[in-house]
Design a protein around this ligand. Structure first.
Ligand SMILES: Cc1ncc(COP(=O)(O)O)c(C=O)c1O
Length: 327
């Protein structure tokens, strides 16, 4: 027997929203919405209108970054990338950079968290259901502050498994925009889960490694070169970029011979001493098998470990890369 579908009153919807608290809501601590003109802390109200082109066309851009111990990590670089994405998508940011930083600080403070994952979304805005980017009267800003979630320590000790993705790589123009069109990335994540590996990595038309669904790849060759794909066909990750800077210490210490960016084939990667996945939610995650080939001695490698330690030290005390939420 089919359930009777009713037209709901305004009050009924509000009551149902309030009653509809879900277990995962406990991670959602504060949301700024330019559409509301302020911050909400009730997860049931952390909503975006269906007619926002972000929702029905993926017409928006985003950034995700960490706040640790009350300091936003690599904020300037994330905002630089947000501005680059806005310029690619020809999307007007609704607030100035200093206003955005202020909104971020106030929203994180409202969350009560000192360790948080912050997500910024800039949408084309509500105003209709077409693809016409001129239809919405104004772009909107949404900031979401949620509890930070990290992979458990055992995952770093065990190492991750990697396979070559079958999902077509994005053209460079789109790979460089952190847009809300993440269907290829979602399909990569799904193929990894469905095939029982931790990550897949895309390969471009020339057979060169590109990136993971939300992470960059790096190799340590047997000649101790830290090698990453060139940034043309991939998103320029803030983590891998910072890793390349921090790794200079390992070059100075003689642990690494040099750092380089190059076209890398999967066959080269099978022969690597180490493979690392780098991203905001991972720091550096060691890969122990790629397409079934054991990487190095099949155990997490020492360079990956050192780079993760350097990143974590940088997240606590890094000079010029921390923005305090109370500053
Ligand atoms: C496609 C893609 N590549 C790489 C990364 C890693 O970037 P970051 O180190 O800035 O998190 C991300 C992050 O989400 C991503 O979505």
């Amino acid at each position: 027997m089919s359930q009777q579908i009713q037209v709901l009153s305004f009050d009924t919807v509000i009551d149902r929203l309030i009653a509809g608290k879900k277990p995962y809501h406990s991670n959602y601590r504060a949301m700024y919405s330019s559409w509301y003109g302020g911050i909400v802390t009730d997860p049931q109200l952390m909503l975006v209108p269906l007619d926002d082109h972000l929702v029905h066309r993926g017409d928006g851009i985003f950034e995700a970054f960490l706040c640790l111990g009350g300091n936003m990590y690599l904020l300037d670089r994330h905002l630089d990338r947000l501005e680059r994405s806005a310029s690619f998508a020809q999307l007007r940011l609704p607030v100035s950079r200093s206003e955005l930083v202020n909104i971020l600080k106030i929203t994180v403070r409202a969350s009560g968290l000192s360790d948080a994952m912050i997500r910024i979304f800039v949408s084309r805005g509500p105003g209709g259901f077409s693809t016409d980017p001129y239809e919405p009267p104004a772009s909107q800003l949404y900031v979401m502050v949620a509890a930070a979630k990290f992979p458990p320590a055992e995952r770093y000790l065990k190492g991750a498994t990697l396979a070559t993705s079958r999902i077509p790589v994005k053209k460079s123009y789109f790979a460089n925009v952190k847009s809300c069109n993440y269907l290829p990335n979602v399909m990569m994540h799904k193929e990894a889960l469905d095939s029982g590996v931790d990550f897949t990595v895309s390969v471009d038309e020339q057979g060169h490694l590109a990136e993971g669904s939300t992470a960059n790849i790096a190799l340590v060759t047997t000649e101790r070169v830290l090698l990453t794909p060139r940034f043309e066909r991939i998103l320029q990750g803030t983590t891998v970029s910072r890793v390349l800077e921090l790794a200079e210490t390992l070059v100075a210490e003689g642990e690494l011979a040099k750092l380089a960016q190059a076209d890398i084939t999967p066959q080269q990667a099978y022969q690597a001493a180490e493979i690392l996945m780098c991203g905001t939610t991972l720091d550096t995650m060691p890969v122990v098998t790629y397409d079934g080939h054991a990487i190095g001695d099949g155990q997490p490698g020492p360079i990956c470990r050192r780079l993760r330690d350097l990143l974590r030290e940088d997240q606590q005390h890094g000079d010029g890369v921390l923005t305090g939420i109370n500053d």
